[in-house]
Design a binder for this molecule. Structure first.
Ligand code: AMP
Length: 550
C-alpha cells in the first residue's frame, strides 16, 4: 500500500467523529491494505512494532524535530520546529506545514518531491532505525528519519511524525481495530478478541483473520517467549468475595513488581507488566527459574526485593533494578530480588488460560518446587482475616481474593481478582473487655471488646477484635491491660476503660448484638493510640453518622 494512500485514509478517519463510522473506515482500510495489512493494523494505532516485541524506535521529540528541520531546508532549525510544536500542540500539523523533498543528502530525490513511499518501506526503514545502536547511532537514526521525511508529501509527513512519536491521535483505539478486523474479514468479534489476548499482535491477528478466517484465529495460541498482558485486580472487600463465591482463594499479595516468566526448557525470558524485557536486570530470577521450574512454561508472579534477612523491602527497590542497565552484578550484591509465582498460563505445551484458577494453582505447584505463592481457601471472614494477619506478619502487603473457578483473562481488570481494599476510615475505640486466649495463647489476653463513647462515663460496645494482632503485640497488650482488669468471669475479663485502639473495618451495620446498636464488619486491630485517652475516643454520634454514610 502506498504510504500516501494510508495518510489519506488516516486523515479521513481523523475528520470523523462517530465511532461506528470510524470502524467502517478502518474496516475499508484493512480490506485494501494487501501485503501491508499487518503494518497498517499497527500504524493506524500509532504503533510500529507489535506490543510483545521489546523493540523500540528510541526516537525522542528532539531527534524528530531535527530530522524535520533538516528536511525542511537550510533556514529551518530544530528549535524553530520545537517552537511551532509548542504553539500548535501537534507535531503532525507542524510537519505537514513544511515543504519537504528538495534537500541535499541521503534520501533526497532531485527536488521533485514525493516519490511513492510505501507502507512497507516506511516500516523497514523504521526497523533499521530501531536497530541502530552503539556509537554513532544517533546520527544514523537522524539520517534515516531525515531520509523518510524528505520523501514525504505534507499529509504523509503529518502521520509519519505522529507514528514516530507514538501520538497518532486519530481516534482509533484497540477496540476499533478489533471491531474493524471482525467486520473486514467476517469473523466473530470474540474470536478476534481471544486471538489478540493470546498473541498481543494486531498485525498477526488481522492477517490470520483475512487469510484463514475464524478457524485460523482459533489456532492461535500462547507462545513461550511472547508476553501477554497481565490479568489485573479490582479493589474489593472480604464481604464482596464471600457473597460472590462459595469459597475464596486467598493469596498473599506481594509488594514488588509484576513479572511474567517464559521458559522454553532452555532459555528464561522475563517481562515486566508493560511487556518490557527485564531478563538482564534480574539474573537471580533467571537462575532460580532454571533451577526450580521443571518444564517449559509461562508463569505470572511478583518479584520482591529482600534485605539480608530475607525480609521484604519497599517495591521501589525492584523498580530500581528493572531500570538497571549496567553493573547488575553490583546491584545484585546490594539488594537481592526474589520471584513469587502465583499463576500458571502455560505448562509443557498446554495453554491453561481457560482452566479454572484452582487447577492452575495445582499445576503451578507441580512444576515449580519453590516460592509458589501462599494460597489458602477460606469460606468465612475469620478464616480470611487469619490468613491476612499471617501475610502481614511475614512483611507482605496484604492479600488478594480470587474466584477459584475463574479463568485467566489477559489484560482484564475484572471482579475475579480482588485486592482487599484498605480500610478507608478507622475508629479509635475504648477497650472495655477481653478474653484470655487458648492453647499457645493461654497466657495472653486476646479478643478485645471495643466500645464507643456515649457520654462522659458511658461506654457502649460495638464489637470485638481478634485479628491483625501478632504474638508479640499480644504480649505487649496483655502487659498493658492486665492491671486494668476489674472483674474476671471464666475466660472473660472486664476492663477499666483507659486504653484506646485504632481499629479498621469494612462496614458499620446496625446490630442488636452490641449495646451501641451497631457492629463493625471485619474489624482489624491497627495499633494502640498511645496519644489518646478515653475522652478522645470516637463517639456514638460519629458512628451513627458513619453508618448513615453522611
Ligand atoms: P495494585 O498494584 O495495587 O493495583 O495491585 C495489583 C498488583 O499486585 C498486581 O499487578 C501484581 O503486581 C501485585 N500482586 C502481588 N501479589 C499478587 C497476587 N498474589 N496476585 C495478583 N497480583 C499480585
Amino acid at each position: 500500500m502506498e504510504f500516501a494512500a494510508f495518510a489519506e485514509r488516516a486523515a479521513e478517519i481523523e475528520a470523523t467523529a462517530a465511532d461506528l463510522e470510524i470502524v467502517s473506515l478502518v474496516r475499508d482500510l484493512f480490506a485494501d491494505a494487501d501485503d501491508d495489512l499487518d503494518t497498517v493494523a499497527r500504524f493506524v494505532q500509532g504503533r510500529v512494532f507489535p506490543a510483545h516485541e521489546s523493540t523500540t524506535l528510541d526516537v525522542g521529540p528532539n531527534l524528530c524535530y531535527e530530522a524535520i528541520a533538516r528536511a525542511a531546508g537550510h533556514n529551518v532549525a530544530a528549535d524553530d520546529v520545537e517552537d511551532r510544536v509548542a504553539g500548535v500542540g501537534d507535531v503532525g500539523d507542524v510537519a505537514a506545514d513544511y515543504d519537504f523533498g528538495g534537500q541535499q543528502g541521503l534520501g533526497a530525490f532531485a527536488g521533485d518531491g514525493p516519490d511513492g513511499l510505501t507502507v512497507g518501506e516506511v516500516e523497514s526503514e523504521l526497523r533499521a532505525l530501531a536497530a541502530a545502536a552503539g556509537s554513532g547511532s544517533r546520527d544514523r537514526k537522524l539520517d534515516l528519519l531525515f531520509g523518510l521525511f524528505n520523501r514525504c508529501s505534507p499529509p504523509e509527513a503529518r502521520y509519519l511524525a505522529r507514528i514516530v512519536l507514538s501520538e497518532m491521535r486519530i481516534g482509533v483505539g484497540e477496540g476499533t481495530v478489533r471491531d474493524a478486523v471482525a467486520e473486514a474479514f467476517d469473523v466473530p468479534v470474540a474470536a478476534v478478541e481471544r486471538a489478540l489476548q493470546v498473541t498481543n499482535d494486531y498485525g498477526l491477528v488481522a492477517t490470520v483473520a483475512r487469510d484463514e478466517g475464524e478457524a485460523g484465529l482459533g489456532d492461535l495460541n500462547l507462545e513461550v517467549g511472547r508476553p501477554v498482558q497481565a490479568m489485573l485486580a479490582q479493589a474489593g472487600t472480604v464481604a464482596d468475595a464471600i457473597e460472590a463465591w462459595e469459597t475464596v482463594a486467598v493469596e498473599t499479595k506481594y509488594d514488588g513488581a509484576r513479572v511474567q516468566v517464559h521458559y522454553d526448557g532452555d532459555e528464561v525470558a522475563l517481562f515486566s507488566r508493560n511487556m518490557e524485557d527485564v531478563t538482564d536486570p534480574l539474573p537471580e530470577v533467571v537462575d532460580f527459574v532454571d533451577e526450580h521450574l521443571s518444564v517449559p512454561a509461562i508463569l505470572d508472579g511478583e518479584v520482591v526485593a529482600v534485605d539480608d534477612d530475607g525480609e521484604p523491602l519497599p517495591f521501589q527497590e525492584v523498580l530500581r533494578r528493572f531500570r538497571r542497565k549496567h553493573d547488575v552484578a553490583k546491584a545484585r550484591e546490594d539488594v537481592e530480588v526474589r520471584l513469587w509465582a502465583f499463576d500458571c498460563l502455560h505448562a509443557d505445551g498446554e495453554d491453561l488460560l481457560d482452566a479454572p484458577l484452582r487447577d492452575r494453582h495445582d499445576r503451578l505447584s507441580s512444576i515449580l518446587d519453590a516460592r509458589v505463592a501462599t494460597v489458602a481457601t477460606a469460606a468465612d471472614p475469620d478464616g480470611i482475616a487469619d490468613i491476612e494477619t499471617r501475610a502481614l506478619e511475614a512483611g507482605h502487603e496484604g492479600i488478594m481474593l480470587k474466584d477459584p473457578d475463574s479463568t485467566y483473562s489477559p489484560g482484564r481488570r475484572g471482579k475475579e481478582w480482588l485486592k482487599r481494599k484498605p480500610d478507608v476510615e478507622t475508629l479509635d475505640l475504648v477497650v472495655t473487655g477481653a478474653e484470655w486466649g487458648e492453647g499457645r495463647r493461654a497466657e495472653f489476653l486476646g479478643t478485645f471488646e471495643l466500645s464507643v463513647r456515649a457520654g462522659p462515663d458511658d461506654f457502649e460496645t460495638i464489637g470485638k477484635v481478634a485479628t491483625g494482632i501478632t504474638d508479640e503485640e499480644l504480649a505487649e497488650l496483655t502487659e498493658l491491660l492486665e492491671p486494668r482488669i476489674r472483674v474476671e468471669d471464666g475466660k472473660a475479663v472486664d476492663l477499666e476503660p483507659g486504653v484506646v485502639f485504632e481499629v479498621g473495618y469494612e462496614e458499620i451495620q446496625t446490630s442488636p448484638t452490641y449495646s451501641s446498636g451497631y457492629a463493625l464488619r471485619f474489624p482489624r486491630y491497627l495499633g494502640v493510640r498511645e496519644d489518646k485517652d478515653v475522652a478522645d475516643a470516637d463517639t456514638l454520634e460519629r458512628v451513627e453518622r458513619l453508618a448513615d454514610g453522611s
